[in-house]
Design a protein around this ligand. Sequence first.
Ligand SMILES: [Zn+2]
Length: 373
Amino acid sequence: MFNLHGVNYDNMLDLVYNLPKAELHLHLHGAISHEAIMILWNKYIQYLSTEDKSFVSYLNKNKHYDNLRYFYSPQILLHEIENLFVYEDFYNFLATFGIFGFLIRKKDDLEMLIDDVLSDLIKQNVLYAEITITVSAYMRSGLTLEEVLECMDSACMKEGITIYWIVDLVRNSGPDKANSIFEDINSYGPAFIKGFTLGGDEKSYSAHEFKFLYEKIRCHNYHTTIHSGEVGTSEDLWDAIKNLELDRIGHGISAANDPYLLHYLEKKRLPLEVCITSNVTLLSDCTFANHPVTKLFSNGVCLTINTDDPTFFNTTLTDEYRHLLLMDFSVSEVLSLARNSFEVSFAPLPTKNELLHKFDTFLVGIDELINTD
Ligand SMILES: [Zn+2]
């Protein structure tokens, strides 16, 4: 047992919960609570399965996935919800992530979802989050772009956390569709959006096909990241790095297989948004014991630790840091990774400095604890 700033902790695993944290790779409805799922299910599933042709067609297209059979049922019990998040493979996960978009149909659904997600982050002392939102998924369900943007804007007023948004332009929609979503959003000049990414199926379109779009995004002074080197290879990562001017890379763990790429990432200090439990859940042969985070770290690559979709992988940001401690990262290494997330965030400099100050202040007095750990 030790004490820091008047709070007693049993051990470092315990302290991680209160550690000031930042989350840079978090998909909004990937963090939906089980309670919110119940509410939306009761509200919409009957309507969706009888009236919404696009939902029925989506479900039928994916009916071979065992976990999605629940969506044929008018009711789901709270204890059954965890069964929705068991996947055969990465594509089963994508199909599951996609179907949840149908449950967010009105502005108040989106407001509830955002409030729910932010409240959970605040509880874990996440001071700062860049939340990825798939705007097109909610527009498919009937929300207007204006409604989605209003929800995003008002979320930034929430007390107790600083947030900005990253929009997922969805790689598998193709460059033209991604471009038109970007154009529509950009016409509003939203200051609360700090960057754009491409999520979805990494194997659908190559990164270089989005070169013109990323150039345009940067011309409008947004930051850029991309999901790459998750299910893709280090060649896919090189394609993204060479063709898109990137500020960070989502996942990027395939770099561990390529010594030249490891060296490049280290030299350029191009940060990766690592999501350990997500990879362990979705990638065959990836375990906590052999996760590439250890190799990436020992090669000096700038890493940040994230959850991706905490509800879909049954994790939290606190748990992700606990995994590192259990994977034999030292306390000071874990703290340096936690600090990276503030440092390489897309926050304006004064905000970043203020958050780093809060983080460093929390750590005053921790050195003694580390040395006795
Ligand atoms: Zn992601």
